[in-house]
Design a protein. Structure first.
Length: 85
């Protein structure tokens, strides 16, 4: 099983929609995790929203373009990561 597969499984099993790069530090070395996350972004599983910050994506029903998979948008992302207020 590749590092990318292990990251993908962890994302799929998680209830969260936002992830830090450090959430996967127990899977592999820093650079290897970065490559895995970069490939998942390229494959359309994740969207990079900041330095070391990723979110699941879903297709917009109207435009068909990828968008963050969080019902409350950016505010929900911040709340989910406990970065706001």
């Amino acid at each position: 099983m590749t590092i990318q597969d292990r990251i993908k499984i962890r994302i799929k099993r998680s209830k969260r929609s936002v992830f830090l790069r450090s959430d996967f530090k127990d899977i592999a070395e820093y650079d290897q995790v970065g490559r895995g996350l970069r490939n998942l972004v390229k494959d359309g599983v994740l969207m990079k929203i900041g330095y070391g910050l990723y979110t699941r994506i879903r297709q917009n029903r109207i435009t068909g373009k990828p968008m963050p998979d969080n019902a409350s948008g950016a505010d929900g992302v911040l709340r989910n990561m406990r970065l706001s207020r």
